[in-house]
Design a protein around this ligand. Structure first.
Ligand code: NDP
Length: 318
């Protein structure tokens, strides 16, 4: 594993990080999840990403991750891993379990720590921008989380370029720099190229790309229809059937051919394509099996693209 510096901070993150959004809830097979986390760490993946609402049921991914830590990461191993969590989407009933108020963020962080049985997380994120709450209030909550020792770093996710710039400036004034932005970015989702990556580079803030495989679309999984054991066919999965469109699959087939020509799987090429941009600190993958994770880690063996390959890829995507 190689480790990239997260923006201009002191923190190094693995080029591949593991997210626990799917496959780690109370409805999933615990042992499978535990094996994925153990394999990840053994291969040098030191960063694990959670959020208060990951499950289903919401919260259960954190509870399961807490058990995985207790079973496998004893003693000083806690110091060898970077754990993140977030608050910002709906978590509990009533007016205090959603969006970006100080009340929600700080009580949610306490709940996350309890579920994972941790004294602190490494990164605490505002999961989304809240148009109804002053940005100062949301950022002051992140600053407080860090000052109180419940988080080591602050991050933001799903903020647009203008909101990002403002959030970074507020956090800087407060004395808690913004470490990282967690953003949806893949060959199929190019919005970060419309200003966000420039803001992050200018401000020295790291960037971690979530759903880098477009939830599995950018793999060989859907080449011949929708298999039973796939996220698109899972009633708890967030990949909508209509996203697996004929038009998308045509592109997937063409991309797969390019990947094969360079002896890569499509998943490997899709991850390498993101990591080829040095503004990307880490790609945050999901996996439903150990073999998928291993396949993804192999992408690090070849991150190079010739100008011709890059041009061919752009030709397929646009
Ligand atoms: P990916 O785009 O990496 O999709 C992962 C899924 O793709 C797997 O669960 C599996 O699906 C399939 N897959 C993965 N590797 C392979 C492979 N080698 N071959 C075939 N299929 C493969 O990422 P996710 O959408 O899971 O997101 C990753 C993380 O990003 C989340 O866990 C979370 O931590 C974070 N995230 C953050 C968000 C935010 O708002 N900040 C929002 C969404 C995610 P299958 O089940 O079909 O096998």
């Amino acid at each position: 594993m190689k480790y990239n510096r997260c923006g201009k901070s002191g923190l190094l993150l693995p080029q591949i990080s593991l997210g626990l959004w799917h496959n780690f809830g109370s409805v999933d097979n615990f042992e499978n999840g535990e094996n994925i986390v153990k394999t990840a760490f053994d291969k040098g993946i030191t960063h694990f990403d959670l959020a208060n609402n990951y499950g289903p049921v919401p919260g259960s991914a954190e509870t399961n991750f807490g058990t995985i830590l207790k079973n496998n990461f004893k003693g000083n191993l806690r110091d060898e891993i970077v754990i993140s969590t977030k608050a910002g989407y709906t978590m509990w009933d009533g007016p205090y379990g959603d969006w970006g108020s100080r009340k929600y963020l700080l009580s949610s962080l306490d709940q996350s720590l309890k579920r994972m049985n941790l004294e602190y997380v490494d990164i605490f994120y505002s999961h989304r921008f809240d148009p109804e709450t002053p940005l100062e209030e949301t950022m002051m909550a992140l600053d407080h989380a860090v000052r109180s020792g419940k988080a080591l770093y602050a991050g933001i996710s799903n903020y647009n370029p203008e909101q990002t710039r403002e959030a970074i400036e507020i956090l800087k004034r407060l004395g808690t720099p913004c470490l990282i932005h967690q953003v949806k970015y893949s060959m199929f989702v190019r919005t970060p190229e419309e200003g966000l990556l420039d803001v992050l580079e200018e401000k020295g803030v790291g960037c971690i790309a979530f759903s880098p495989l477009a939830q599995g679309l950018l793999t060989d999984k859907y080449l011949k229809g929708i298999p039973e054991n796939s996220r698109a066919s899972n009633p708890n999965g967030h990949l909508q059937l209509e996203e697996v469109s004929e038009e998308k699959i045509k592109k997937v087939i063409a991309l797969n051919e390019i990947a094969q020509q360079s002896s890569q799987s499509l998943a490997q090429m899709a991850l390498a394509w993101l990591l080829n941009d040095n503004r990307i600190t880490s790609v945050l993958v999901g996996a439903s099996s150990v073999s998928q994770l291993n396949n993804n880690i192999e992408s690090l063996k070849n991150l190079e693209f010739s100008p011709v390959e890059l041009e061919m890829i752009e030709g397929i995507l646009y």
